[in-house]
Design a protein around this ligand. Structure first.
Ligand code: ADP
Ligand code: MG
Length: 238
């Protein structure tokens, strides 16, 4: 269970303001997609929620409690990146369990959690393989597995599908949403792809140059764009 609140969040790198006051309340179990062109600040926003970037101004609350200064490890968050580098010398099982091993969990407990996640992700038969023996989609699932075994309250995704071919991307969108609904994990998902946003989001945030152009359901944004930018961006092919 988790809610995430962003309250007028700003980020400056030196004197350049790249996030100019973003506010958002994410409900428990909601799947929010942040969509916008390259360079508009999507990754920076997500990294602030993860605790990988400091927040210059504004307040981040997780479950209603201020989290601006909380360490990344204490935020109960797992992140899936675009470049989900798996350890090439480790098996699928070892890759999935590595974070738990670092956290000092006993081996049998790690094995049980890995087995459970593998079942959810249809990786059970592949646990002994090395990453290079997997397809792109299977590798993506291992990256998901690595996040799931930690049983986070919040999932953050930063363009996790952008390295996959078009067909696999469509399939993985469905898989991610199915899994997220099943687990009910509150999620923030970043993409520059309008179609991905429209097909996956409970609600989407259209971002442009560090500001929120619109927040709403895909249908809302599609049928009633509130700004010229939102209309043009959502209306243009990705
Ligand atoms: P997106 O993920 O939407 O492509 P980013 O969040 O990566 O955008 O970047 C937003 C803006 O912030 C860009 O102009 C980028 O150059 C700038 N930026 C990102 N990280 C840094 C940094 N560490 N130092 C200075 N500028 C940065
Ligand atoms: Mg980015």
């Amino acid at each position: 269970m988790a809610t995430v609140d962003l309250d007028n969040i700003k980020k400056r790198f030196g004197t350049t303001e790249v996030i100019k006051g973003v506010s958002l309340s994410v409900q428990d179990g909601e799947f929010i997609v942040i969509v916008g062109p390259s360079g508009c600040g999507k990754s920076t926003l997500l990294r602030m929620v993860a605790g990988l970037e400091t927040i210059t101004e504004g307040e981040l609350r997780i479950n209603g409690v201020r989290a601006n200064d909380r360490e990344p490890m204490d935020r109960d968050i797992a992140m899936v990146f675009q470049n989900y580098a798996l350890y090439p010398h480790m098996s699928v099982a070892q890759n999935m369990g590595y974070g738990l091993k670092i956290a000092g969990l006993p081996k049998p407990e790690i094995a049980a959690k890995v087995a459970e996640a593998a079942k959810l992700l249809q990786l059970t038969d592949l646990l002994d393989r090395k990453p290079k023996q997997l397809s792109g989609g299977q590798r993506q699932r291992v990256a998901m597995g690595r996040a799931i075994v930690r049983e986070p309250s919040v999932f953050l995704f930063d363009e996790p599908l952008s390295n996959l071919d078009a067909k696999l991307r469509v399939q993985m969108r469905l898989e991610i949403r199915e899994l997220q609904s099943k687990l009910g994990i509150t999620s923030l998902y970043v993409t520059h792809d309008q179609v991905e946003a429209m097909t996956m989001a409970d609600r989407m945030i259209v971002m442009n140059a560090g500001v929120t152009e619109q927040i709403g359901t895909p249908l809302d944004v599609y049928e009633r764009p509130e700004t010229l930018f939102a209309a043009q961006f959502i209306g243009s092919p990705s």
